[in-house]
Every structure is written in structure tokens, then in C-alpha cells.
Design a binder for this molecule. Structure first.
Ligand code: URA
Length: 232
């Protein structure tokens, strides 16, 4: 890659500032002072800025236990963003893989690998996302049977043109459901329960495909293992 891009990838410099750093003679490649932004470098090149070695970071894949009051968005707004909880250089390059609402807690995957993200979210890959849903009203008997059937067959949500994909509903307690979705639509869980006359009072995502939060504390994150990355 070009040297100015390498600098932008490995430091906080923008491409423009990287070019200026080059012109000021702050950068060496394999010990030689280099000023040309177009100079080609690769992983084998020893690049230093102010004599500090720079190393290209590969693709990154993380899981975060999202607390409430945190947004899965790139733009700064009213709330803290998921990436603000990731204490890594260039965390803003990471993107949430599917979004959780600001009040929803639980598992959020983050990556800078768009293709991997697509593999996790593409509905035809049938990657199940398991939600623990706290309901305003108990769900049992005929109402439960009807809701489970409705969710399993798919239902048309207001404003959508296609019915939801089959989803699996299990009751853990009279007011606590476990819902597995194989797609991700805007406010989907809340809208689905609204259709069957209930109301979601709290929502938590426990797992995405084979990846579960396990004992990762709320607000904490960890890198995925090579095996976990390869699972999608
Ligand atoms: N469904 C919702 O309604 N909200 C979420 O955050 C995730 C799924």
C-alpha cells in the first residue's frame, strides 16, 4: 500500500497529515528517510514515525456486553456509543454487527470486516440471535400458543412489506420469554410482541449464533478467538 495510507492506518494521522509528516522528514522506511507519499510498503517494511515502529493492525473482531444507555451508532449524539467503550486505538473503525436499541442490553459484535459482518447478519445464513424478553403481561395458555404459532409462521409488522422469518418462542417464566430470531429488523422484538398484545419492558441479547456472553461483565469487551471468527 502507499506510505501515506500505511501511516493513516497505523497512527491517528489522516492521509493529509501523514503527507505533511512525510514532507517534514519524520518517517523512515527500512532506516531510509522517505518523503514520497506514493512509496509502496508492505507488512515486511520497517516503517518508523519519530523513530517509533509502526505495525499494521489486522482485521479486528470483538464482542461487547452492551449496557443500557449506549447506542450502536457511529455518530456522536446524546448517548455514549458502543465504540466509546472499546479502549483500542482507532476504535471508530469498528462497526456494530447489527444494532441493539439504546435500552437493550447484551451481546454486540463489532468488527472492521464488512464481509464477515454480512455473513453474520444475512438472513439466509440463519444465524440465530437469542433474546431474553421481559414482558409487561404474563404469557401462558391459549395466548402463548397463539403467539408461538404467529411467530413461527411469520407475521406482517406495521410498515413492512414482507412477513417476519419464522422465530422460536419459549417461555422461561410467565413474564420472561426467550425469542430466537433469524433476521434483524428495526425494533423487531418489541414490534412482534406488540402485535400479540403485549409490551416489552426489558430486552437482553444473550447470543448470536454460537457466540454467547457467558460471564463477560456488563460494559466489558473481549476479542474473539480465531475459532469464534471462523464460525461464521
Ligand atoms: N429487537 C428490538 O426490538 N430491539 C433490539 O434492540 C433488538 C431486537
Amino acid at each position: 500500500m502507499r506510505l501515506d495510507r500505511f501511516l493513516a492506518e497505523t497512527t491517528d494521522l489522516t492521509r493529509g497529515l501523514a503527507k505533511k509528516a512525510l514532507q517534514r522528514g519524520e518517517v523512515r522506511v527500512n532506516g531510509e528517510l522517505v518523503k514520497q507519499a506514493a512509496t509502496q510498503v508492505d507488512e515486511a517494511s520497517r516503517v518508523t514515525w519519530h523513530d517509533e515502529p509502526l505495525v499494521l493492525v489486522g482485521r479486528r473482531y470483538l464482542m461487547l456486553h452492551k449496557p443500557p444507555g449506549v447506542e450502536c451508532t457511529a455518530r456522536r449524539g446524546l448517548y455514549l456509543r458502543a465504540i466509546d467503550l472499546i479502549d483500542l486505538p482507532k476504535a471508530e473503525r469498528l462497526q456494530p454487527v447489527g444494532r441493539l436499541d439504546v435500552d437493550t442490553t447484551g451481546l454486540v459484535l463489532l468488527t472492521d470486516d464488512g464481509q464477515w459482518s454480512h455473513r453474520v447478519t444475512a438472513p439466509r445464513r440463519r444465524c440465530g440471535k437469542v433474546y431474553r424478553v421481559s414482558l409487561a403481561e404474563p404469557l401462558a395458555g391459549e395466548a402463548l400458543e397463539q403467539a408461538a404459532r404467529c411467530f413461527a409462521e411469520g407475521l406482517l409488522l406495521e410498515g413492512d412489506t414482507k412477513p417476519t422469518r419464522p422465530a422460536e418462542l419459549i417461555m422461561r417464566e410467565p413474564r420472561v420469554a426467550e425469542l430466537t430470531l433469524f433476521e434483524g429488523r428495526y425494533h423487531q422484538v418489541k414490534r412482534m410482541f406488540a402485535v400479540v398484545g403485549n409490551h416489552v419492558v426489558a430486552l437482553h441479547r444473550e447470543s448470536v449464533g454460537p457466540l454467547a456472553l457467558a460471564d463477560l461483565p456488563e460494559g466489558a469487551w473481549r476479542a474473539l478467538s480465531a475459532e469464534e471468527i471462523a464460525a461464521f
